[in-house]
Design a protein around this ligand. Structure first.
Ligand code: NAG
Ligand code: NAG
Ligand code: NAG
Ligand code: NAG
Length: 272
């Protein structure tokens, strides 16, 4: 009897597995055969104030070889009635462009035939944050995608040892950041941190980790609501410091504690 119920049990499990595999196969086929869609490689970018930002938007087609014709692109912002940018009939059409985007925006006309309608936004300002919509229409189909752009300010800290403290300095942060330190084993360390609002309207960070040891590596994490800069700073035998900083974007604040940062590997960008 036990054997029979076991056979039934394993048959059921096998059936469930076979059906799951079938469903996955069907979904995969539907996906590959689906009509062209407008997509973004980053629908929630965080831009650094004063820098240029590329807002990604492209038409994803299965028949990638064929060049598209009659490509028209409209970039809008949900909270603005005027346009951010428009390209139609082979040329920019900027009659209805909002004044703050004048001379700061462009698409790449040579890329449009392959469905790439990404927008270059020059010298990002704090007022540029918002939900943008990219609408493509073309001979090969079209659609719309939303991109939630956040404007922040961030920079990698510089380090040195003076006295017996490892000091980190970073200018140009917005919104206001916090600083946390940890040793090589990830144990939190307490430090002297000051965050000051500068004349430029951004925050400057100075933090000193006392009693550091030679031939040791420390992690300094400067994190705001939108960005975390995580630096591995190694104090050499001669107390010179070498550091490497990685930026993490758009993580939830609760995930910004150094111990959790290893998990967020998907959106990282290495600045030396
Ligand atoms: C679209 O074009 C821009 C500008 O040339 C380029 O940086 C970007 O990688 C392109 N995106 C895609 C998906 O091809
Ligand atoms: C390095 O140390 C000097 C003083 O010893 C200080 O003025 C300077 O700001 C420090 N730089 C950094 C990056 O901490
Ligand atoms: C920490 O701050 C206190 C008070 O501001 C100061 O006296 C002390 O020297 C600081 N320590 C370091 C390591 O900078
Ligand atoms: C440096 O080493 C000493 C002795 O092992 C230790 O007590 C101290 O916490 C270390 N300093 C830091 C910042 O980890």
């Amino acid at each position: 009897m036990a054997a029979l119920s076991q056979i039934i049990f394993y048959s059921m499990v096998t059936l469930i597995l076979v059906f799951s595999a079938l469903i996955i196969l069907i979904l995969a086929l539907t996906f590959t055969k689906s009509s062209p869609r407008v997509m973004s490689s980053d629908a929630a970018p965080v831009a650094n104030l004063g820098r240029d930002e590329l807002l990604s938007c492209f038409l994803s087609t299965s028949s990638s070889a064929a060049a598209l014709a009659q490509v028209s692109v409209t970039w809008e912002r949900k909270d603005l009635s005027a346009l951010v940018y428009k390209f139609d009939n082979g040329a920019p059409d900027l009659a209805k462009q909002a004044p703050q985007y004048k001379d700061r925006t462009q698409v790449f006309p040579g890329q449009l035939v392959s469905g790439n309608a990404s927008l270059l936004l020059r010298s990002v300002r704090s007022g540029d944050g918002g939900v943008y919509t990219c609408t493509i229409s073309s001979s090969g189909g079209g659609g719309t995608v939303n991109i939630n752009l956040r404007a922040a300010a961030f920079s990698a800290p510089t380090f040195n040892v003076s006295g017996d403290a490892l000091r980190a300095l970073a200018g140009g942060w917005l919104p206001e950041p916090d600083v946390t330190w940890a040793d090589a084993a990830g144990r939190p360390l307490s430090a002297n941190t000051s965050v000051e609002l500068s004349a430029a309207g951004t925050f400057s960070v100075a933090s000193a980790l006392p009693s550091v040891n030679a031939s040791s590596t420390y992690t300094c994490s400067i994190h705001s609501r939108l960005v975390a800069a995580v630096s591995e700073a190694t104090v050499a035998q001669d107390y010179s410091v070498s550091a490497k900083t990685e930026f993490y974007f758009g993580a939830a604040p609760s995930l910004l504690a150094p111990a959790y940062l290893n998990i967020i590997t998907s959106v990282l960008c290495i600045y030396s």
